[in-house]
Design a protein around this ligand. Structure first.
Ligand code: IMP
Ligand code: MG
Length: 173
């Protein structure tokens, strides 16, 4: 574990919030053709917990992108690693993100889906971190607002470690 890291959002707080978000989403998507698309790898745990709390018929799939943060922040730093396998045309897409930070990944995804003939498109993020927001991009559902800090746990990594932690920590990296 990274020294001096402290829990800022506990697993049980996340469970409670997933219940609330699940209820809200189930109500907002009544009568729609909901496809939840988790963004790998970070959103794997949140996607699972959120889906358990959605009570309407839905499908789930994943998309994987990698974002390289060089000196300049542009959407050209995003690469698609895995496309969803489910047919998306005419579907109501809900992107599930671990964290929206600069907004670059989320903005890139919005452009990607705007070309795929989907019926509707919304974003649900576990953490909405505003400190380094660079591109304004709409986020419909936010689990937790966090001002600053580097977070690990509950899917969030530092150099591919700590994704397994059941709570979210602010790490001293
Ligand atoms: P964005 O494109 O800057 O909005 O952020 C995209 C990705 O950066 C997220 O999906 C995370 O994988 C990663 N990221 C941003 N902030 C953090 C953090 O505090 N901890 C771990 N990963 C982060
Ligand atoms: Mg990451």
């Amino acid at each position: 574990m990274i020294e001096n890291s402290e829990i800022i959002i506990s697993g049980s707080q996340i469970d409670t919030r997933c219940k609330e978000l699940g209820e809200q989403i189930s109500s907002d998507y009544q009568g729609k053709d909901l496809v939840v698309l988790g963004v790998l790898n970070g959103a794997f745990m949140f996607t699972a917990q959120l889906c358990k709390n959605i009570t309407i018929d839905m499908s789930v799939d994943f998309i994987q992108v990698s974002s390289y943060k060089g000196e300049t922040l542009t959407s050209e730093s995003v690469t698609l690693l895995r496309e969803p396998r489910i047919l998306l045309s005419g579907k109501d897409i809900l992107i599930v993100e671990d964290i929206v930070d600069t907004g670059i990944t989320t903005a890139w995804l919005k452009t990607y889906f705007s070309k795929r003939n989907v019926r509707s498109y919304n974003v649900c993020t576990l953490v909405n971190k505003c400190e380094r927001r660079f591109i304004e991009t709409p986020v419909t559902y936010s689990g937790f607002l966090v001002e600053r800090g580097f977070l690990i746990g509950y899917g969030l990594d530092y150099q591919e470690k700590y994704r397994n932690l059941p709570d979210i920590y602010c790490a001293n990296v």
